[in-house]
Design a protein around this ligand. Sequence first.
Ligand code: SF4
Length: 484
Amino acid sequence: MQNQTSKDERTASNSSLDSFLDDSTEPASLSEEERKEFESWVQKILEEPSKISEMISNALQKGMYSEWEEESASHKFKLGSYYPSMIEHCLRQQAYSYLYPLPPTPEQLNIFGEGRAIHELVALALRRSGLITIEGREVVVDLEFGEGVKLHGRIDDLLLIRMTASDELAKLSPENVIEKEDKTARSNRRSRKNNTEFSLFVPLEIKSTTSLPDEPKQAHYYQLSTYLHARNYPIGVLLYWAKRGGGVRAFAIKKDEAMYYVLRERVLELHEAIKTGELPQKEAAKNRDFRECELCPYLERCNPFLIESIPQGSKIAVFDLDTTLLDPLPRRRAILQELGLPSTIRPSDIHEDELREKFWEMYENPKYVSFDSLIDQGKENVYSHLQRGHAVVGISSSRRYRAMDATLARLANLGVPLNHLILKEEGNYDGDTRFKAKWASRLATNYEIVEYFDRDAAAYSLVARTIEQAKQRRGRADKKPESN
Ligand code: SF4
């Protein structure tokens, strides 16, 4: 009876691929019947080997998700308590992430998992080095700003570094230097001039990246600064671990008093907005950090490409500024003349670095922008669209944002009223065509682009295609039946 039961149990437990894999039974020890059953399972598996790889992938995803869930359970949003790791991010994005938390994407899960694994590895290696002690892991810290508002986070590792008094590092901040010895041992040590051994707590924040940065990333700097201020540590370390190509790079960050006020201002602005139910400013869009917007998980909800002065759904006409409205040639000639260069030369043909830099500096100077002349046909087109009730948007990839006021002034001077002007933000290295196509796609999410003007055939063709694709996408979205 006993044998029959255990056999039944074993048969039942062997009824799935999972339990078969858990059972390390030697085929030779099975009864004839069991052996046949066993062979038939093996046969089934061999017929569909993908089941095993699928099972492993699913198990991995499930395990990582459960790890993430456990981690995020301790991160439930409480009004007044904000994360140091996010405080440098766009304020609007932070507010969304507290109010409308999203489940992680598979990519985020991987980043989370990799981060944890690398963290473990670094901690293990540091311990094994024998040079540094790890005093605390995941040390909870609060940087309070009064009235129940704080930054609340966890230091990856709290290192204890021992140095001799002769070491320059040991002189950083005496009040933060912790002496671990008893009084007698200490006095004995001190009697050995210049050989006193001190210990210093140093918070270590570990970041895994695709490539090593040349300087600390601002968001990480803000995070570590929070820890330094919360516990009054004089110095901390940001350690970057390159996932590709290998290598690590560590940056020592000193506590900067001014950072307390920077952090406080951001936290209070965020807190006030969430408390009063008014979302904070769309900070990234306001600072024209559109790359952050493109990567933002709340892009759709936030809609940063809606132009405040043009209502959503309006019909708009878009003009490439430098080929259809303003002719920059007189400006170029005036600058070349001023620099003593032939008027036919192209800026890219100026070989002397200093002279070329001077040229571009003058190119955005209001004095020279006022040399831009009007393309009459462009002005007529602008008025034609305005008369039909369309909004008019100008775009230029060759003028940077700092030329905005001078360009608007010149347009006003020439009697060209634009509803909005898009210029290239600092740090955007997109080529001319890509820049304009990207913006056409962004504008098309909120507006109907009825006409696009550009005398550059390649740019025109790509932008026109982008507009057409956006129209089709909208058409498909409008036709989709609403889900209940
Ligand atoms: S889309 Fe841009 S402005 Fe909006 S929340 Fe995201 S990062 Fe901020």
